[in-house]
Design a protein around this ligand. Sequence first.
Ligand code: AKB
Length: 320
Amino acid sequence: MKNILVVGSAGQIGSELTLALRNIYGGDQVVAGVRKTKPSEKLLETGPCEVVDALDKEGLVAVVDKYKIDVIINMAAILSGTGEKNPMLAWDVNMNGLINILELARERKMKQVLVPSSIAVFGPTTPVDNTPQETILKPTTIYGVTKVAGELLGDYYVKKYGMDVRGLRYPGIISHETLPGGGTTDYAVAIYYEAIKNKKYTCFVNENTRLPMMYMPDCLKATIDLMEADFDKLNYHCDYNVGAMDFTVAEMAESIKKHIPEFEISYEPDFRQDIADSWPNSVDDSPARKDWGWKPDYDLDAMTEDMLTAIGEKHKKGLI
Ligand code: AKB
């Protein structure tokens, strides 16, 4: 039996991951750790919720001891866009929050730590197509710098202390439950909401911007499959590339037009264009496929259909 704490449970991935883990392990076994954001009704109804801040080690210790936590997942992060506006905040949350969690896991001899990484570890000198697992890691954002350091730190805890620390390099994650906040890939979620609400969208990166992306059901599957994989079969620990699909913004718009022919898109690139341009078009995830059987289910059109249906329902109910 596992007692899991998800730090950052109110966020885009954390909110759905917490519910998915509760479905597998039972509601009482998975504590939702939220900072300021009010947890959703679904989180409150399905298991324990606690106020947790990755930067407050004493508060973390209290929750870990109260629930006898032996698996900790750190979903708290300042993403690329917000990070460029406030680099010191990104450093503080992404590095000091992470080291608090790793140290606590070491002190309490936890069974497992999950520390997510991102395609933001790559930079302009990284090969852009089918980016290999082992390649140049010279990001030009503070978020990317903290993610490279986080991967190295996690791997260090594996080697130095024999701990079980794992992580994957998430591409842009697209979902309809909880909005993303402060990332460069946020346009790939906003486009669907605006298509439903206003039938038009002004995108902050240009039409030819191509990035690796993944739909939330695949993100949950990748995360949980990596957590459950046999440790001895892992040739990497905190830095698995995971791909699912890649497309330009113009291709997204075409996919949406198949359902909403009158949809219009325009472009007003801002500072996030440079960030997007420094990231790969697509990643090679063959080590994840070989080591723990990674295989995505969704492509662009399947995701578009699902996203428009789900957001359309919310719109009809007056929720957005
Ligand atoms: C961001 O855009 O900053 C994130 C990421 C790719 O890690 N979604």
